[in-house]
Each structure stands twice: as structure tokens, then as C-alpha cells.
Design a binder for this molecule. Sequence first.
Ligand code: GDP
Ligand code: IMO
Ligand code: MG
Length: 429
Amino acid sequence: MPNLVILGAQWGDEGKGKITDYLAKESDMVVRYQGGDNAGHTVVIGDQKYKLHLIPSGILYGNVPCIIGNGVVLNPKSLIEEIKYLEDLGISLDSLMISDRAHIIFPYHIEIDRLEEEARGKKKIGTTVKGIGPCYRDKVERTGIRICDFEYLDSFEEKLRYNIRRKNDFLTKYYEADPLDEDKIVKEYIGYLNKLKKYIVNTQPIIRKAVNEGKKVLFEGAQGTLLDIDFGTYPYVTSSHPISGGIPIGTGLSPYDLEKSLGVVKAYTTRVGKGPFPTELHDETGDYIREKGFEYGTTTGRPRRCGWLDIVMLNYSRDINGLTTMAITKLDTLSGLDKLKICVAYELEGKKIDYFPSSLETLSKCKPVYIEMDGWKFEDIEKANTYEELPENAKKYVEKMEELTGINAGIVSVGPKRSETFIREKLFI
Ligand code: GDP
Ligand code: IMO
Ligand code: MG
């Protein structure tokens, strides 16, 4: 079973897109299993930058089947825009498939996301306002509309009209907002789904067949472990399961089908949106990392909060996902800093702890316990063509990460391009 899970081990934006694109070259299929267009995955090939939100990063090879799985919530309008964006850049979309079990994001989800965020005031989550939470909420509440519903146009229209009326009732009475235009939405969404028809299929048997035939299947996570609805920093999380446990649910495979799990780990930590962040830096080092690593959101353009690497969190992520390997990204961003810190434990009310607390109140009381490492110069990282040629202190940093987590760094990335990637372990069997 040569399949491989690629997921974010921190709070998202670890470089999953870059790593998936890199490994997709050798793979037979790439599958997204959760999230929606809240994701922003950047892939850089030569001088061209590609920003992907819903479409798996394997699409850039043209012939690797790319699947949007049933666990994804799909905004058809934004998918059509993404398809057009890629087509304009000369990318073929022939290998794209969309699960007919995926739920559809409608304008009322986005409007509710926006109004709820506004109403939360200081307690806002800092969502991407893409309607992700409200769409997953409808799915769980059993009022969602799935792509396969579109096969039966009359009942699709009936369900959609019913939902719009119900949501309008809520929007106007609770938020005193303007109602959404029912006829306009129905017409627009029928148009969008007609455009997407050729990509829609029951993806479960297709993924099953590929796995049974021993094909190399990559699972591309969106968001990150600490944004998981169960294991993340709830409620400052997304509404899906970015962890490896999300894969069986979001694809229709069984948990026993999964083999290796590659955690994409930034050499430091970032987070977009609100919520506690023990190793956050509010000083010039944080600003240095933000500017050097260009830490601005791919989807929303928001500046990312930056901080030191947190091993307590990473080991938690290792255990939840069964990580077998790490892809360490953005090592180059740390170049130029004299001293680097790694958080190896938390101090909670005078005691040292090495677990990640469930309660946010407890987490916000945790003070990081750091070890210090020596830095390296940027020029020395730029000169390296192999892992061995990296500056000694950069290698020591990587090896310290391996020692503290007990997992190998199978991949080390020192720049956004495909060529700036060092492979230290064969990941596909
Ligand atoms: P994702 O959401 O996990 O796919 O990550 P994003 O694409 O949102 O953010 C990662 C950013 O870092 C993107 O702009 C990538 O092009 C860039 N990137 C990825 N790996 C590296 C690296 O090793 N070094 C540098 N400097 N940039 C990287
Ligand atoms: P990728 O795949 C980083 C964050 C939002 C917010 C929280 C909930 O690029 O790593 P949502 O719109 O999902 O309801 O917002 O989750 N968030 C991300 N942060 N990277 C992402 O995706 C994210 N997708 C959502 O900022 O804090
Ligand atoms: Mg991102």
C-alpha cells in the first residue's frame, strides 16, 4: 500500500501545497479530504506562483488524477473561478474529479459566517468568511445540500428554496439583515453546477480501486492539526478534521488503508486568526520572521502571527496523526538570526508539563520553556545544493527537531521552489 498522507502539523500554512506538488510527480492520484476554499496552498514552479484553494496541488502535472473528496465543502462559484485561473495559466483540468457526496456552500453560509463573526466582537474566531462553519453545521444538522442532489433538479430546487427561506427568516429576524434573493441564487447555482457537471462523480470507488491496485495515492490535508474541530484549540479552529483521522471519513477508505503519514512542519510556528499561541513573538524577531518568510495569508492576505517552534504541540500532533516522517519547511526563513529558540515544555503554575492542554484557559496560562540554538547566515543556506551542504547549525537545528520528536525529517525545504527541496528519505515504497 504505497499511499501517503500529507498534512499540516501546526496551525496551517506549513507548506502542504509545495510538498504535495513535489511528491505528486511520483504519484498516481492526489485527494483532498476536508476543508474548502478557506485553504490557500501556494506552489511555485520556476517564476510562476500558483495559488490553489480547492483543487489538489497535483493538478499542475496535468495528468495526475486529482480528487475533491466527499469530506470537502465546495463553493461552486469559487471552484469555477479557480478552474478558469488555472486554465488561463495553461493548466489542464481534465484529471479533476469532484465527489458527488460533497456538500455545497451557498451564499447564506457566507452571509451567516460574516454576521456571526461580527456579532462575536472581541471573541471572533477570525474565520476566512468563506461559509465553512455554517456549511459543515448544516451537514451535521442534516439540512445540507450535496452535489448528488443536483441529479434531480426539481427536488434540488425545492431543497434549495426551502433552505434559502429558512435562512432568510433567520437573517432578517435575528440579525435584521437584508434577505437574500431566492430566485437569483437558484438560477446562479443551477448554472454553476451545470458547468461543473463533467467533473462530478462518485469518487469513493475510484479511490478504493486505486488503493486496491497498489497505486501511489497522496492525501493532501488542508488547514492543520491544531485547527482540527476535536483536537485543535477549540473554538478557534476550523469545522473539519484536517488530521489523518479525517481521511477515512473524507474519502470513503478504511483507517486500515493508510500507511505513511508525513507531517509538514514549519521550522517555526505561525497562525492566522485568533486563539492562544504559547510561543508567539510580539517583538522585532516576530516581525523579522513575518517579513523574511512573507507570512501573509494566501486566502485572506492577513499578516500571520509568528513565533518559535513548539515541540509540545508538535509531539501532540505526531501522536494524533501517527506521523512517520516530517517535511520541515521554511528553514531558510530563520537564517540571519543569531540565536534560535525551541519550546520543549510548558510551565504551568510553577510545574513543567509536556502535554498540550485541552482547555484554552489552561493553555493561555502556559509559559514556554525554551532551549537555545545557534543560528546561521542566509548566504550559507542559499549556497547549499544538498542537505549535507547546509550550514552546520541549520543541520543541528533539523537534527534537534528529529531528536525532540523521535521522527525523521524525510524532507527539508529551504525555499518555495521545487528545486529548493532536499529529500532525505524515500517516501513512496
Ligand atoms: P499551505 O497552506 O500549507 O500549502 O502553505 P501556504 O502556501 O499557505 O504557505 C506557505 C508559503 O511558504 C507559500 O507562500 C509557499 O510558497 C512558501 N514556502 C513553502 N516552502 C517554503 C520554504 O521552504 N521556504 C520559503 N521561503 N518559502 C516556502
Ligand atoms: P491552509 O490549508 C491557516 C483558520 C482561520 C481561522 C480558523 C477558522 O492554507 O493551511 P474557517 O474559515 O476555516 O472557519 O476559519 O481557521 N484557517 C486557516 N489558517 N491556513 C488555512 O488553510 C486555514 N483555513 C482556515 O484563519 O482562524
Ligand atoms: Mg495556506
